[in-house]
Design a protein around this ligand. Structure first.
Ligand SMILES: Nc1ncnc2c1ncn2[C@@H]1O[C@H](COP(=O)(O)OP(=O)(O)OP(=O)(O)O)[C@@H](O)[C@H]1O
Length: 298
């Protein structure tokens, strides 16, 4: 059957990953078949996921469950040992300018001004995607996106002169200005104080509502943040996708109003429950491992 391929769509099929270098080499040199890798060595276990064109997907779960690893694989920064990963039906084999990434830290080049940072992203994407933009056009696009994130006045400053929140504003401006079909966010607001975090969440929501919808995968362990931003939430635990649901609340989502709705409260309770259950499973698992290691008695 012919598969319908959508621009900007992402697809993971039966994806497995391990950080164990011996196993990686074993699989690469065909000494070990991917399905012979012991389950406990797999950081990602047979993941299947389709992200539709223009969908904002939040990946949530406990620390260490494999969210960032999944995102790095989508970014092409790490290679799975088994499975396929595609964007627009094309295999992802490494980093590419069809996807822009915003990390928690270190997203900006310290030796470039704010505006140069944004222009650099636009230029790279323009070359890669053969857009043929002139210098003047790139400058205008950079100004437009810096204005959107309220950083136009800081255009000539260097990253070291900015607060964490300002740096993330610039990183978001650059990612959006590159106009890639896919945006990947790894806890971009994780290091910010609560007030700045909420400001940037609202900014993201606003940009999403007002702009052309791009495909986004946004990693977070913050339930409120996920429910505020997502079209769909996928809950991850111990390297597996355990649950998913649509967040169909209308946009824009005004926190003070949205957080009081029965629908929000129901989804929040459901996610909390998933977190608690995953935590219990983790503790049970740790107990069992201790027993087998002789470290504890029944
Ligand atoms: N470079 C690495 N080498 C070896 N193990 C790693 C490496 N990076 C992550 N891991 C392990 O892989 C598992 C998944 O880590 P990952 O960072 O993907 O989780 P996460 O859900 O993003 O966690 P967090 O929310 O804390 O960032 C964890 O057990 C982690 O310790």
């Amino acid at each position: 059957m012919e598969r319908r391929v959508r621009v900007g769509s992402l697809s993971l099929r039966d994806l497995c990953f391990t950080y164990d270098e011996d196993l990686v080499k074993g699989v690469q040199h065909h000494r070990i078949a991917p399905d012979e890798v012991p389950g406990e060595k797999l950081v990602l276990k047979h993941l299947d996921l389709e992200v539709a064109d223009g969908e904002f997907l939040c990946l949530v779960g406990h620390s260490g469950c494999g969210k960032s690893t999944t995102l790095r694989i989508l970014a092409g920064l790490q290679k799975p040992i088994a499975g396929t990963i595609e964007t627009n039906g094309n295999p992802i084999e490494g980093p590419g300018l069809d996807r822009s990434v915003v990390f928690q830290n270190y997203s900006l080049f310290p030796w470039m001004t704010v505006k140069k940072n944004v222009e650099f992203g636009i230029k790279q994407a323009s070359i890669e995607l053969s857009r043929g933009l002139s210098k003047g056009q790139m400058s205008d696009i950079a100004d437009e996106y810096l204005t959107k994130v309220s950083m136009r006045k800081a255009a000539d400053l260097y990253p070291y002169q900015l607060s964490g929140g300002m740096r993330q504003r610039v990183a978001i401006a650059r990612a959006l200005a590159m106009d890639t079909e896919v945006l990947l966010f790894d806890e971009p607001f994780g290091a910010l104080d609560i007030k700045t975090r909420r400001e940037l969440q609202m900014l993201m929501e606003d940009l999403w509502v007002s702009g052309r919808k791009k495909t986004a995968v946004f990693v977070t362990h913050d339930i409120e943040e996920a429910l505020l931003l997502a079209d769909r939430i996928v809950f991850m635990s111990a390297g597996e996708f355990r649950d998913e649901f649509e967040v169909s609340a209308p946009r824009p989502r005004v926190p003070e109003v949205y957080f009081e709705t029965p629908e929000y409260k129901r989804m929040h309770a459901h996610l909390l429950d998933l977190f608690y259950k995953a935590e219990e499973t983790k503790l049970d698992q740790a107990d069992r491992e201790q027993v087998f290691d002789g470290g504890a008695t029944l």
